[in-house]
Design a protein around this ligand. Structure first.
Ligand code: NAP
Length: 356
């Protein structure tokens, strides 16, 4: 019998073991390296994923096949096959951790990232049909906000399993939620997420960093709930602060948190600030802000503006705040100048000073 992946979710899975603190993770006795994890998948030279434990190729299989649940180790049931659509900067950043946790990662992008995928231990497909025929459990949409709709529309969804979990990691949330609800078949599960960190801020680990998620639509069955839980567990295991928040609430908060941060960072970048031998801590913070925000693509920043209703209002508030600050400064300057102008040589006000 050819095994299918759907069996992983056919029975209640035990909770994943709690990860040891980061400092202890290098100790082999506490956390085996992924290669020692009794791997389920192996990348062949031709780029195909093969299931090592059962020996069968995992591709284009019929989801309706009967499966042998008993032969599965509980730990194997928690392993996911995750397709990352949009294998750019952030997609690769996520892939590294997915692979490190023993999941099988398959990437797809407009550009050829096969060398990067290989170095991360992932497979890469240039044709979306090939990608979908791999029948991933989870499809993570990691494209630029601006290109998301076109990319989603270009995927041959009919080649995926009838029940597939779709996740997005876009920095805005209402937009992908509405898009998913509009374009995905009703049998697909939907979880909208936003890891509130990136390759720069998360380069030393994800511990304590916020991960926002909204289970927009997850089927009632146990296997669907398990699949969703296993995916979210990836972030929980890394120590993320898991925040269950609606997409609407996220966007209201994110305009201030993200769009403001990125706008100030990009504004400062235009001043071409230089490091000096007498940098203060405050100035160092500004330099770091420039580095953190400008290392992301302009597309990302533009997406934050275009696809969050609150961003325009925030830009206006920023302009008003800047003008009122400038007005206050120049107002005080005028008062001081006037005082000096009309100061009489003997210390009193000269005649006429009060008339103006
Ligand atoms: P990005 O510029 O927002 O997105 C780059 C990805 O989008 C690449 O994979 C790129 O494809 C793809 N793409 C861009 N234009 C495309 C088009 N016209 N057609 C098809 N694909 C297109 O940069 P990113 O930092 O990698 O972000 C990816 C997503 O993650 C975004 O939605 C962003 O909001 C979200 N996110 C990013 C961060 C972060 O810190 N960077 C944090 C949280 C969430 P190619 O690979 O072919 O170039």
């Amino acid at each position: 019998m050819i095994p299918t992946q759907s069996r992983w979710f056919a029975s209640p899975s035990p909770p994943l073991p709690t990860p040891p603190p980061r400092a202890l993770r290098n100790m082999p006795s506490l956390r085996p390296k992924p290669a020692l994890f009794n791997p389920i998948f192996r990348l062949t030279k031709s780029g195909r994923l093969r299931r090592t434990s059962a020996g069968g190729a995992v591709r284009a299989m019929d989801a309706a096949q009967v499966f042998d649940r008993e032969s599965e180790e509980p730990e194997q049931r928690a392993r996911l096959k995750i397709a990352i659509v949009g294998f750019g900067n952030f997609g690769q950043f996520l892939a590294r951790t997915f692979v490190a946790q023993g999941h099988a990662v398959i990437g797809f992008s407009r550009s050829d990232h096969s060398a990067a995928a290989r170095s991360l231990g992932a497979a890469f497909f240039r044709d979306p049909h090939d990608l979908c025929e791999q029948h991933p459990d989870v499809v993570v949409l990691c494209t630029s906000i601006l290109s998301t709709e076109a990319v989603l529309r270009s995927l041959p969804l009919q080649r995926l399993r009838r029940s597939t979990l779709f996740v997005d990691v876009l920095s805005v949330k209402e937009f992908p939620k509405n898009l998913f609800l509009q374009l995905l078949p009703p049998d697909f599960d939907i979880v909208c997420t936003h890891p509130m960190f990136g390759p720069e801020s998360g380069k030393h680990g994800w511990s304590g960093l916020p991960f926002v998620y909204d289970k927009v639509r997850v089927g009632d069955s146990e296997d669907r709930a398990d699949r969703c839980r296993h995916f979210l567990d990836i972030f929980a295991r890394e120590g993320c602060r898991m925040v269950d928040m609606s997409c609407t609430e996220h966007d209201e908060n994110a305009a201030e948190i993200q769009f403001l941060t990125h706008t100030v960072g990009r504004l400062l970048a235009r001043l071409d600030l230089k490091s000096t031998p007498i940098n203060t801590k405050g100035y160092e913070t500004l330099l770091e802000l420039v580095e953190n925000t400008c290392s992301d693509s302009f597309d990302l920043y533009n997406g934050l503006f275009m696809y969050n209703n609150s961003s325009t209002e925030l830009l206006e508030r920023l302009e008003l705040a800047f003008n009122s600050l400038r007005k206050e400064l120049f107002g005080r300057l005028h008062v001081n100048l006037r005082k000096q102008l009309f100061q009489s040589p003997n210390g009193g006000s000269s005649p006429g000073a009060d008339e103006n």
